[in-house]
Write a protein that binds this ligand. Structure first.
Ligand code: G3H
Ligand code: 13P
Ligand code: ZN
Length: 335
């Protein structure tokens, strides 16, 4: 199956009420881990590049790694997505590279730190939708702001999504998916205390209310790494120093999916898996120096996480449920 618009992957997920993980990549090993995992458990794929990842790879290297995935895994639906586009230009660049989906994060100004107001958000998001849909490209917007600033994306202040604003935002922008702020944050430092299933960790009532009012909307949960404790322990055992920290547990993500979340963004967990594997390998094999030798366990560790997420979110087993839509089909649809 070729490159597909992300909208198709989310529409199909909505039909069967499952969630699809969005995995960020920066290099070949991450892309391979995502594809190997998806081929094993038969899940559709959403592979994302941030602006930082595109800059790190001079655009062209990452673009070709992602396109190699499309070529090699031709029987799996793959959406290639720009994560946290910060202005019209970043979106144009991604579309010119051949991405099938873009996020415009209009909740923040171009500096990706200062919150915008509702009208500013609508204005930039609408401009992007008008442009992207002409190419059949899916658009994800964002309403509300996440916490956390460690990876350079975020205001550091949580502003939960206001369900009263959602209908107007959807009508005036035409986005295909919407990132909602429900108390998660980017990066490894999400919660200082171990999340308790008997206490409200996230604002699930916000998701439920939005789903009640806009049942067709595909909601997106950012900042959804689970920060597996065994990976933190392994990193620290082999020379790392990560203070105690907890992520979003799988039970909380599953609650979100049951309430209408269709895309779940994961980046940090793959970073942790790779680092834990590399640290262990180099610590226990001080005489080794061939990068392939430590990148193989890193790729395997990431594949394990990928498979676990596909299975937990429910997308495993659904790669072959439908016939691929092309960007040309999506263009006709938007017309
Ligand atoms: O949204 C945040 C993602 O984790 C991307 O992070 O900008 O460090 O690539 P990055
Ligand atoms: P994590 O930092 O929790 O992996 O979140 C990633 C994300 O939201 C990318 O957009
Ligand atoms: Zn994000």
């Amino acid at each position: 199956m070729p490159l597909v618009p992300m909208k198709q992957i989310l529409d199909e997920a909505a039909k069967k009420s499952y969630g699809v993980p969005h995995f960020n990549i920066n290099n070949m090993e991450q892309a391979q881990a995502i594809m190997r995992g998806s081929a094993e458990v038969k899940s559709p794929v959403i592979m994302a590049a941030s602006r930082g990842a595109l800059k790190y790879s001079d655009l062209i290297f990452l673009k070709n790694i992602m396109m190699a995935c499309v070529e090699k895994y031709s029987n799996i639906p793959i959406a290639i997505h720009l994560d946290h586009g910060n202005n019209f230009e970043s979106v144009k660049t991604a579309i010119s590279l051949g991405f099938s989906s873009v996020m415009i994060d209009g909740s923040l100004k171009e500096d990706a730190k200062t919150p915008t107001n509702f009208e500013e958000n609508i204005s930039v998001t609408h401009e992007v939708v008008e442009y992207a849909h002409k190419f059949g490209v899916t658009v994800e917007g964002e309403l509300g702001t996440l916490g956390g600033i460690e990876d350079g994306v975020g205001s550091g202040k949580v502003q939960l999504t206001d369900p009263n604003q959602v209908e107007e935002f959807l009508e005036r922008t035409g986005v295909d998916a919407l990132a909602v702020a429900i108390g998660t944050s980017h990066g490894v430092y999400k919660f200082k205390i171990k999340p308790d299933p008997d206490k409200n960790l996230l604002a699930m009532d916000v998701i439920r209310e939005i789903h009640k009012r806009c049942p067709k909307l595909h909601m997106v949960m950012h900042g959804s790494s689970s920060v597996p404790q065994e990976l933190i322990e392994q990193i620290n055992k082999y020379g790392g120093n990560i203070p105690p920290t907890y992520g979003v547990p799988l039970w909380a993500i599953k609650e979100g999916i049951a309430a209408g979340v269709r895309k779940v963004n994961v980046d940090t967990d793959l970073r942790l898996a790779a680092t834990a594997a590399v640290r262990k390998f180099l610590y226990t094999n001080p005489d080794k120096f061939d990068p392939r030798e430590f990148l193989i366990p890193a790729r395997d560790a990431m594949t394990t996480i990928v498979k676990e997420r596909y299975t937990a979110f429910g997308s495993a087993g659904h790669a072959h449920d439908y016939k691929a839509m092309t960007l040309e089909d999506a263009k006709q649809f938007y017309r």
